[in-house]
Design a protein around this ligand. Structure first.
Ligand code: BGC
Length: 779
């Protein structure tokens, strides 16, 4: 994709500065992005909304209690179809029960259905047809998890998973990917996506780590806003937009054990400091719906947390859309959390806490219980009206009443070649070069290469979960014409220069509890790989993970699989240089092999164009520009984020030097070099200008993500080492210097105090860009 032609805030201006004057150099290159703050400010402004109040109130007045409770019910597709996997067909009797008798407001897709656009039109067309025939003809809102593209739609364009999109540090690219996702989701007749994931990836054990934008709240907030604005656009009723669902509100990603859906202990000041900002920003960006944290915080399950769901979300953030539960989560209040003795009480607690729609999704218990609760007076009618108003509002805003099905012509906007180009560009910009000893990369195209490792010939690893099916594990559903790493390297340098030996494999087999299959590793032919290495110049060793999602992705050890370590060690013994390519959704520990690798390339889960993008980087057609959006731990117990407390890294009597990661947040090399100079600070009114000059000191053009950190040196809540406050990605020609100016506001100097409120305290602050620092005092 060509980046939009927006001139970076590289300015020629004379400012009256309190501290030091700014020197500015004019921008010379056109394909720059606005800095993160400009992008953010522009995208949190929502367009004018239509006022549907009169229509909503008219409808509400005519609805029976049963119809209202129906609107609050969401069922899985299995409740209206027969058959399995790709062979599902509407069952007229089931459809009648769900849509006519119970009047359900929503249906969602689940794990195993990846259908063509035409099939989705037929199925959803029948669902909307049934809804139209009901007394009030209220359309159904159909939803899917378009996590990295419209994944349950065959042939859809898929993008790098969020963790890779974060590594691009390019919110415009995220927005464009989300726009395409919206078009393709709506083209398949689905107006609602359960994305973006706005949980923070601060614990790499968590099996949904790759669904996040990494560990930093600011980066995740800017990328999250980009995702929301891409999905919802300026007018969500347009045929090319869908409603988003921010999830999983909030604190879901930080369980104590790292295992999915287990308890978290997060005090409110940290909840607000780290886990709330992404949701706050996305609500401001106009997001229509929110999905709730399936776990518990401080002993309170997300689904009954009135403080989080109502006090904070409604009263503080001013959220106007509707709140949907996660999967079976009202039932789990009884079976998992034991907070209610039976499902009826669980229903009351959840509704009164602020749940507007229940993803039941496999029976009619919710509707039956809720109806009884209202009749008994245990849930007031006003609470039902409030929830239904919110649901109807989103349906009106989506234009579903006028057009429950998209125009058939929208199908022609599905899977266009230019969308694939955007995915390729995103994969290229995400790839992060972590080590390049003696500049072994890029490789010459005449190099003889052994390609080996369990992720070298696998589109499944490249994509991970939410790909055609929930676990991403059905090889047969993947497109046949996309390159794995092996195929892409063969295409790039000729099959004659490439030997492929698998080495080890990752397959799926039933886990210890015989539940959903999980990844299992085994050696295949390590001796054959070693033999093949004798005849090549370089080994490209692709390691990492298979595919997994949610609870089946829980692991007991973050270390990369033993067979993979064995393969790497055996290959090292050959003395041939090794380029390690990591295809993984979370940072698996590689300390036993990392020092022996000549180069290390992090590819994350770059999706179907990832093979091509990796080959482009390895052979120098693309200069890498990704930066790590998380801290890559060196040891299984060394799980410390970049914004840890200063003493954790200090070599003093009481410092514990615990912070010693394999790779740091923000790390990422290029085939050129960048030098930072002239970090200057200026102040005007309540705004601080930070300017810095970045020079391309190498001999090829390169993109550089410039990251601006601020440290509060002394604070009443012990301050973190540093926090990311701005970034900008720029393109610099060899020998060229660019001066960037960022603006910081007072809230960039704030933290959440002991009273849970944003606090700014006078004192010394430090600004850090590249290897430069400057201090200033706030009076
Ligand atoms: C996940 C959600 C998802 C939902 C519907 C749940 O298990 O936690 O993220 O949106 O299923 O697929």
């Amino acid at each position: 994709m060509r980046n939009p032609v927006v001139t970076l805030r590289v300015v020629s201006l004379t400012l009256c500065l309190a501290l030091q004057p700014l020197i500015a150099i004019k921008a010379q290159s056109a394909n720059d992005l606005p800095d993160s703050d400009e992008f953010f400010q522009r995208n949190i402004r929502t367009g004018p909304e239509r006022d549907n109040t009169r229509k909503i109130e008219d409808l509400l007045k005519r609805m029976t209690l049963e119809e209202k409770v129906g609107q609050m019910t969401q069922l899985a597709i299995g409740m209206v179809v027969n058959g399995r996997d790709q062979d599902v067909k509407i069952d007229p009797a089931k459809l009648d029960k769900a849509v006519v008798k119970y009047g359900v407001g929503s249906i969602l897709n689940v794990s195993d259905q990846a259908l063509t656009v035409d099939r989705w039109h037929e199925i959803i067309g029948e669902i909307q047809g049934a809804a139209k025939k009901t007394r009030l003809g209220i359309p159904v809102i159909y939803g899917i998890d378009s996590i990295h593209g419209a994944n349950y739609v065959q042939g859809a364009t898929l993008f790098p998973q969020e963790i890779g999109m974060a590594a691009t540090f390019n919110p415009e690219l995220m927005k464009r990917a989300a726009e395409i996702t919206a078009i393709e989701t709506r083209a398949a007749a689905m107006p609602w996506s359960f994305s973006p994931v706005l949980d923070l990836g601060r614990n790499p054990l968590w099996p949904r780590f790759w669904e996040t934008f990494g560990e930093d709240p600011y980066l995740a907030k800017v990328m999250g806003v980009a995702f929301v604005r891409g999905l919802e656009g300026a007018d969500v009723s347009s045929q090319s937009q869908v409603a988003s669902s921010l999830k999983h509100y909030m604190g879901y990603s930080f369980p104590l054990t790292g295992r999915d859906r287990t308890p978290a202990w997060i005090p409110e000041n940290y909840l607000r400091e780290y886990f709330l900002p992404t949701f706050d920003a996305a609500v401001k960006a106009g997001a229509r719906t929110i999905m709730v944290n399936s776990g518990e915080i401080n002993g309170v399950p997300g689904h009954i947390n009135h403080h989080v769901l109502t006090d904070i979300l409604r009263n503080e953030l001013g959220f106007k859309g509707f709140v949907v539960s996660d999967w079976e989560d009202i039932k789990k209040l009884v079976t998992t959390w034991r907070i209610a003795a039976d499902e009826k009480e669980a229903t009351r607690l959840a509704i009164m806490a602020g749940i507007d729609m229940s993803m039941v999704p496999n029976d009619y218990s919710f509707a039956d219980h809720l109806l009884a609760l209202v009749k008994e007076g245990a849930v007031p009618q006003s609470r039902i009206d409030e929830a239904v108003r919110r649901i109807l509002r989103v349906k009106f805003e989506l234009g579903l009443f006028e057009k429950p099905m998209p125009d058939a012509s929208l199908k022609s906007k599905f899977a266009l070649p230019e969308y694939r180009q955007v995915s390729l560009e995103a994969a290229r910009e995400s790839i992060t070069l972590l080590k390049n000893a003696n500049n072994i990369l890029p490789l010459a195209k005449t190099t003889k290469v052994l390609v080996t490792g369990p992720t070298a010939d696998s589109l499944v690893s490249m994509n991970n979960g939410w790909t055609y099916v929930w676990q991403g594990s059905e090889e047969g559903l993947y497109p046949k014409d996309r390159h794995t790493i092996r195929k892409a390297i063969e295409a790039k340098i000729g099959a004659g220069n490439v030997t492929f030996v698998q080495g080890t494999k990752i397959t799926r087999a039933p886990g210890p509890s015989n539940s959903t299959p999980t990844d299992q590793e085994a050696e295949v032919d390590i001796p054959a790989a070693v033999r093949a290495a004798q005849n090549v110049d370089v080994i490209v060793l692709a390691l990492g993970e298979g595919s997994y999602c949610e609870t089946p992705g829980n692991i007991t050890d973050l270390t990369i699989g033993e067979p993979q370590i064995k393969l790497a060690e055996a290959l090292k013994a050959t003395g041939k240089p090794i380029v390690l390519v990591l295809v993984e959704g979370r940072p698996r520990i590689i300390n036993r092999i990392a020092d022996n690798m000549n180069a290390i390339v992090m590819a994350y889960n770059p999706s179907n164009e990832g093979g091509t993008a990796i080959a482009d980087v390895l052979f120098g057609d693309v200069n890498p520009s990704g930066k790590l959006p998380f801290t890559y731990p060196r040891t299984p117990n060394g799980l410390i984020n970049y914004d840890h407390k200063p003493f954790e890294t200090e070599n003093t009597a009481f410092g514990n030097m615990a912070f010693n990661p394999q790779f740091k947040f923000g790390e990422g090399l290029s085939y050129t070099t960048f030098a930072y100079s002239d970090l200057r600070l200026g102040k005007q009114n309540e705004e601080w200008q930070v300017s810095v000059t970045v020079k391309n000191t190498g001999n090829r053009a390169g993109k550089e993500a410039v990251l601006v950190y601020v440290s509060d040196l002394v604070a009443s809540i012990s301050p973190p080492n540093k926090r990311l406050r701005r970034f900008a990605k720029i393109n610099i020609e060899p020998g060229q210097s660019r001066t960037l100016t960022f603006k910081l506001r007072r809230d960039d100097l704030s933290f959440i105090g002991a009273d849970n409120k944003p606090t700014v305290e006078p004192g010394e602050f430090e600004v850090r860009v590249g290897d430069l620092t400057q201090k200033f005092t706030l009076k």
